[in-house]
Design a protein around this ligand. Structure first.
Ligand code: DAS
Length: 358
């Protein structure tokens, strides 16, 4: 009898030891973050330390970016991949499809806790929103860039990258959607925009507000987005090799219909009109937009102003014209949502639902 109880006690002790060791390993384990590099200023180099414009973007490789910030190794277990090496003004639909598929493949791996994407700042907000609509995971995906090249005095890339890795590895960032980490701030992909040509504080979410800060490497969240994203998305690009052509026509005083007609003639399946004010349609442009709609092109009324809701049936009778309104999305982001919407439907009723959902 005594022999049996000794064995039971030993077994219990062994189980307790293994459990404690497992808990310790889990809590001691650094988060596993994959860094996907695409180019941009964060990978840029200038001729001198004071060259903050007129430098060359997309020259430094992902391993060099990681090696330049050895502190990263203390906060995360890192892997790095060079997906592209481009200035982001050259980012295209084909790049987005490659990137999205790679992100989803990595996030499906149990040994990946989060992803950082280093990216040029010019179209960073667009890539972030595209991924916000097609990533099929609640794990953090963080986009980061810099406004000064790696060779510059007070280059902002290293601290931005350090912050982004901390954020991507943080449980607090899970389920928040695709995030942009720049200048110690956390922005949601849907509403952030690049607001200044050259300053380090260029990324702003002017009226709807950024959602948190990163201070001392730690993220602090103060709000959450209300629109659907990532794991709740209805869009799936896993089997797509091409996206429908959707373009943007910009309005201004004295504008005519040349751009609209040319874009439709080039094969646009959707057209975002970046209207003045509340998405107003200039009289010289309106007939061409109506003709495009009659040809089956889906028209989205957006506004060039940058903030506010484009009111349905406000500056135009959208019900009668069978147009869609962009809600608060910028023209460049409305283009992204319309592209993805057209991979699922041509129904303007359904597309308008999508613009009120994402
Ligand atoms: N040309 C810019 C780009 O690649 C450089 C940058 O700001 O990242 O977006």
């Amino acid at each position: 009898m005594f022999q049996k109880s000794r064995h039971a006690a030993a077994a219990l002790f062994a189980m307790l030891f293994l459990f404690t060791a497992a808990v310790h390993a889990q809590t001691a384990r650094l988060p596993r973050v994959s860094i996907l590099a695409t180019g941009g200023t964060i990978a840029g180099t200038g001729a001198t330390s004071t060259t903050t414009v007129g430098y060359t973007a997309a020259t430094v490789g992902v391993q060099a970016l990681i090696a330049a910030v050895p502190e990263i190794a203390k906060v995360a277990s890192i892997s790095g991949e060079q997906v592209f090496q481009i200035a982001s003004e050259n980012m295209g639909n084909e790049h987005w499809l490659v990137l999205a598929k790679r992100v989803n493949a990595l996030l499906a791996q149990p040994d990946v806790d989060g992803i950082v994407i280093t990216h040029g700042t010019d179209t960073l907000e667009e890539t972030a929103y595209f991924l916000n609509l097609v990533v099929k995971s609640r794990k953090p995906v963080v986009l980061v860039g810099s406004m000064r090249p790696s060779t510059a005095l007070s280059a902002d890339g290293p601290i931005n990258l350090y912050n982004a890795v901390n954020l991507a590895g943080s449980p607090a960032a899970v389920g928040k959607g695709v995030l942009v980490a720049m200048n110690d701030q956390i922005h949601a992909a849907r509403d952030v925009t690049k607001s200044n040509t050259t300053t380090a504080d260029t990324f702003r979410t002017t009226e709807l507000g950024m959602i948190g800060y990163i201070q001392g490497g730690k993220p602090y969240f103060y709000r959450e987005v209300t629109r659907k994203h990532t794991a709740d998305t209805e869009f799936d690009v896993s089997r797509l090799d091409v996206l429908p052509q959707v373009d943007v026509a910009y309005a201004y005083a004295n504008v005519g219909d040349v751009a609209v007609k040319a874009l439709v003639a080039s094969g646009a399946k959707g057209l975002v009109h970046a209207g003045v004010g509340n998405g107003s349609l200039p009289a010289k442009t309106r007939p061409a937009l109506i003709a495009a709609r009659e040809k089956g092109v889906v028209i989205v009324r957006a506004a060039r102003v940058g903030q506010g809701i484009v009111a349905r049936n406000g500056e135009a009778n959208d019900d009668q014209l069978d147009f869609v309104v962009a809600d608060t999305l910028s023209p460049q982001k409305a283009r992204i949502l319309l592209m993805l919407a057209l991979t699922r439907t041509s129904s303007t009723r359904e597309i308008q639902r999508m613009f009120h959902t994402y």
